[in-house]
Design a protein around this ligand. Sequence first.
Ligand SMILES: Nc1nc2c(ncn2[C@@H]2O[C@H](COP(=O)(O)OP(=O)(O)OP(=O)(O)O)[C@@H](O)[C@H]2O)c(=O)[nH]1
Ligand SMILES: [Zn+2]
Length: 361
Amino acid sequence: MSLETLGWGPAFEHAFSTLVSQSPLSLVPGRVVRQHRGLLTVQTDTRTLLARTAGRLLHQAPGVESLPTIGDWVALQLPDGDGEALLHAVLPRASVLARREAGSERDGQLIAANLDVVVLVAGLDGNFNPRRIERALALAWTSGAAPVVVLTKADLRPDADSLVAEVEELAPGVPVLALSSWTGEGIEALRAQLPAGKTGALLGSSGVGKSTLVNRLLGEARLVTQAVRAEDDKGRHTTTHRELFVLPGGGLLIDGPGMRELGLWGEDDGIGQTFTDILELAAGCRFTDCQHQREPGCAVRAAVSSGALPEARLASYERLRREQAYQVRQRSASAERDHRRHERGRTLMGWEASRSKRRRD
Ligand SMILES: Nc1nc2c(ncn2[C@@H]2O[C@H](COP(=O)(O)OP(=O)(O)OP(=O)(O)O)[C@@H](O)[C@H]2O)c(=O)[nH]1
Ligand SMILES: [Zn+2]
């Protein structure tokens, strides 16, 4: 499989050749195409192989965000025979999708790297939750990739079109598609969002139909993956690993376990990109620092009063902004603590060094 088929391009080529020119090792490029717990599978232009992260990379990584994840382009040292490859470096990412780790205030969890598209998947069978879609959109925009919203199981809802219109209101400028993996309706429209060499990742709760959708997009290939999955998941239907698929048509798509919690993580203004309507309104407020509470001449409040802006959407915007501000404060406080600990360590080591020097004298 050529690297271009996997989404390789000039920016990665450049980063890789710089790396190789500075390394005494003999390295080859590859993409992480499967992640199961700590195990990574990497695809190079000629081989698919298991890879272990080099100790140096593990120890020098300032945080989890520097470690390899699915979709990453990496530099590998190939094994002599069949064994594992050694993963020495992660090439700079074009984008990275991450969330706050469930149950943590400051730690992040990487979901996938080097995405062009984040496919937000919601099922039309369950309770339709606009606030959840707004949150997922903010997370997706923060990644640097462009979101697409997919509403699955359209065969269950004769009114799917009106729900599409409702989501379009929430997601200005974002493509919204209703589809059914059972009837095939809308499948080609989604495939068109993933042209050859472009990478997408599915993001949605467990049971919304992500794996069924991948199988439908794979078409003929699906029997093979089902056989693999059955063995892999030991009969369970829940996806436990992440995997990158090459679709007929050449698009690349990452499927992974469903996620209930989508805590914001990162500092980019994904919220601003999600609520462009509110930012546009805010430009008309009398005060540039208007908090849209009780200030006179507040254009945002005026839009709520006139019914042009749903109150719940404004509340959702404010909640997400507070959450992000809080999380950014938590992260910088903990970075500060790490820094102080590091400085203390240095002083101690310096003291030890001067003492042993004295002793030697
Ligand atoms: N009616 C209908 N049911 C669907 C459709 N797509 C998937 N389903 C059903 O929804 C259920 C969940 O589908 P999965 O594909 O396993 O869901 P998932 O999102 O991959 O779930 P996790 O692997 O747990 O994250 C299964 O029973 C599917 O048969 C659809 O288009 N229409
Ligand atoms: Zn205002």
